[in-house]
Design a protein around this ligand. Structure first.
Ligand SMILES: Cc1ncc(C[n+]2csc(CCOP(=O)(O)OP(=O)(O)O)c2C)c(N)n1
Length: 349
């Protein structure tokens, strides 16, 4: 594996050669992930989703990382990680439930070994560290993979989680997707550090900086860090350098803060095109198979669109459960208003 820079020691485990069938699996997942980003962005424009944070351009980070851990390992995603969840096998409608505003989480976190998509920045890092440490104490060989954006590394919870995990040798992999911006704030205004991977040294863990648009590098770095953690050697911080091609969400106008042409320059590094070129050159993929995968991804998006036309199922009152034992007054008022509206709807039926 070629690391862009290894500010501190890189993980010791040798990078495994990725067999061709696994590379094809990654390619398929990235093409489907791209189609998912396209379709979900369309849903947000049609008003069928309240919001969608696209990961277009970050598919290598999402797919490579999700495939690098075991199904029994836990993911701690942010709102940006829809494609990682899809790659893990979570139903796409369930992945989008949060963004439709129906529920806090559309899937069963315990069954999927995946925490709810986290919207408050960096709190998931603490949850990951806590779960991993508990598993370590119980002798359960699971690893927690915590996703975080470059901007969220400025949050206190990120630093607390790294410190805790390092001191406790908790089996956590912290994967920072450095997509260059926290909404409109560029990385240079976020940190004075040379790199985000450099921050690992202060906590006594390895920091690795990789090309986040190269799925094989992401896969190998996360795989190595996970196996290192599983072997009892503690956490690793990985900085995957990438770029968010779309705006932060559909509610954001990126032309107001990104220089014209910047996204085009990064598009030349597009992770999906890049893997396709490499696999074609290596003879792992041919044009007919690539066209077949593209057609399957289009069919997946069409089916998702049809399924998304069905009205959401589930009890809207669920929103108010399992967060507070005693609802604070403003939420109690909201829950009473919703209950009254639901009762009125039922009477109208
Ligand atoms: C604790 C907290 N503060 C502020 C916000 C508002 N907010 C939402 S996304 C975001 C930027 C996050 O950027 P980054 O961590 O780089 O992740 P990205 O969205 O680029 O994946 C901010 C400030 C929030 N969700 N939570």
């Amino acid at each position: 594996m070629t690391v862009l820079e290894a500010p501190t020691a890189a993980p010791a485990t040798a990078a495994a050669e990725v067999p061709p069938d696994r590379q094809l699996l990654m390619y398929r997942a990235m093409v489907v992930g791209r189609a998912f980003n396209r379709q979900a962005t369309a849903f947000s424009r049609q008003g069928r989703l309240a919001v969608y944070p696209s990961s277009r351009g970050q598919e290598a980070c999402q797919v490579g990382s999700a495939l690098a851990v075991r199904p029994t390992d836990w993911l701690f995603p942010t709102y940006r990680e829809s494609v990682a969840l899809l790659t893990r096998g979570i139903d796409p409608v369930q992945v989008l439930t949060l963004f439709r505003g129906d529920q806090h989480c559309g899937y069963d976190p315990v069954a999927e070994h995946t925490a709810p998509q986290c919207t408050p920045l960096a709190t998931q890092c603490l949850h990951a560290a806590g779960l991993a440490d508990a598993a370590r104490m119980a002798g359960d060989p699971i690893v927690a993979l915590a996703y975080i954006g470059d901007g969220a590394t400025s949050e206190g919870d990120f630093h607390e989680a790294l410190n805790y995990a390092a001191v406790r040798r908790a089996p956590v992999v912290f994967l920072v997707q450095n997509n260059q911006y926290a909404i409109s704030v560029p990385l240079a205004k976020q940190t004075a550090a040379r790199t985000l991977a450099d921050k690992a040294a202060g906590y006594g863990m390895p920091g690795v900086r990789i090309d986040g648009n190269d799925v094989l590098q992401v896969y190998q770095a996360v795989h190595d860090a996970a196996e290192r953690a599983r072997a009892g050697h503690g956490p690793t911080l990985i900085e995957a350098v990438t770029y968010r091609i779309d705006a932060h969400t559909n509610a954001d106008d990126d032309t107001r803060y990104r220089p014209a042409g910047e996204a085009d320059a990064w598009a030349a590094q597009d992770p999906v095109d890049r893997l396709e070129r490499d696999l074609l050159a290596a003879g792992v993929l041919d044009r007919v198979a690539a066209d077949g995968i593209a057609a399957a991804a289009d069919a997946f998006a069409t089916e998702l669109s049809a399924r998304f036309s069905e009205p959401p199922t589930g009890d809207p009152m669920q929103m108010f459960r399992h967060v507070y034992h005693h609802l604070p007054p403003h939420l109690r008022e909201q829950s009473e208003r919703l209950a009254a509206e639901l009762a009125a709807d039922e009477q109208g039926d």
